[in-house]
Design a protein. Structure first.
Length: 341
């Protein structure tokens, strides 16, 4: 139904316009029950305990879709075992100029340069206070564009403290390519300092929360070695591999067409291979000691299993949700369950 009727209509409009319309309907009374009726599927074979939390299945929604924690309960009804909100920043910010989200239909990919557009952490907290259901919620946190890197830790600390009582885990985002100089925070010294400060706060809490780091697929092996060392030094809970890429390889578009779109992070099928390579490298380098959430180009159970076999414990989807529709979650879970039969 989605591919035959809805997607052709959706794809006639600007992606952000459709996003707004869909989220309007997701927030309507009774929508969650209706969605659960059609998309519900669970299998005990897929349940597992990771980060001392029980996940009904290994499929989660990556950050970026529910930036302001507006529809996480309803989204969970599609069958996700966890939903990641954000990226959330301390202060509201509009993000980059529009247009800033582009479909590459031939490659089932997206290019975005959203720029951490969100309504700020206080807005997200108010929404999270109304949480009713048992889907696991993660908070992807970042810094405001105007905050210099030297002061970035303050932004992350603000978001961490304000969201702490309302989410189940945290993700530090220093890998988005759409905030100026943000990726410089992935360098060894500033990243170690940032994560150490957050872990100090985390460990001072009565019940510390899992803290993960989201990394870019564009890191070199040497930089990945540093990431492994940083995880071991700071004792964070794990990694999310990977964010979007700034590379433009193997696309079915001319150089001129891609240049016309401009800067931004590429997601979807074209990043699948590299994200799996990163997962495999990190898993091998760490001797399997680092917990990894795999994301990048997952559109079916085979893609998910590829990430899991490479060393991921859980996976997330985003772009395939746009191209394949909400039924993709149920299908991936059913097919994965067959693998484990």
């Amino acid at each position: 139904m989605y591919n035959i009727f809805l997607k052709p209509i959706f794809f006639l409009f600007n992606p952000e316009t459709i996003h707004g319309i869909v989220f309007f309907y997701l927030r309507l009374p009774g929508m969650r029950s209706l969605i659960k009726l059609f998309f519900s599927y669970e299998n005990d074979k897929l349940s597992q305990n990771i980060f001392d939390m029980q996940f009904k299945n290994p499929i989660g929604l990556a950050a970026g879709l529910d930036k302001d924690a507006q529809a996480f309960d309803t989204i969970g009804a599609f069958g996700f075992s966890f939903v990641e909100i954000g990226t959330v920043t301390p202060k509201p910010q509009p993000g980059n100029a529009k247009p800033r989200l582009f479909r590459l239909k031939k490659n089932k990919a997206l290019i975005n340069r959203m720029g951490f557009n969100n309504r700020g952490v206080d807005y997200a907290v108010e929404k999270l206070k109304k949480r009713k259901y048992d889907v696991i919620i993660g908070a992807n946190i970042g810094k405001n564009k105007v905050t210099p890197n030297e002061e970035a830790y303050k932004d992350y600390e603000i978001c961490f403290n304000k969201l702490f009582d309302y989410v189940d885990y945290f993700v530090v985002n220093v890998s988005s390519p759409n905030t100026p100089n943000l990726r410089a925070l992935q360098e060894k010294e500033p990243l170690t300092n940032l994560l150490s400060k957050l872990m100090k706060i985390n460990n001072s809490k009565k019940n510390p929360k899992p803290l993960l780091l989201k990394i870019a697929p564009d890191l070199t092996n040497s930089q990945l070695d540093d990431i492994v060392e940083i995880v071991e030094t700071t004792k964070i809970s794990g990694l999310i591999a990977t964010n979007t890429t700034i590379e433009r390889n193997d696309l079915d578009y001319t150089k001129e067409e891609i240049e016309q779109i401009g800067n931004g992070g590429l997601s979807g099928k074209p990043v699948k291979k590299r994200s799996t390579e990163v997962i495999k490298y990190l898993n091998k380098k760490s001797g399997g000691k680092i917990k990894i959430i795999g994301v990048g180009g997952i559109s079916n159970a085979e893609d998910a299993k590829e990430k899991l076999d490479a060393g991921a414990s859980l996976v997330q989807i985003y772009t395939s949700y746009i191209y394949e529709g909400p039924a993709v979650v149920r299908k991936i879970k059913k097919d994965l369950a067959n693998y484990y039969s």
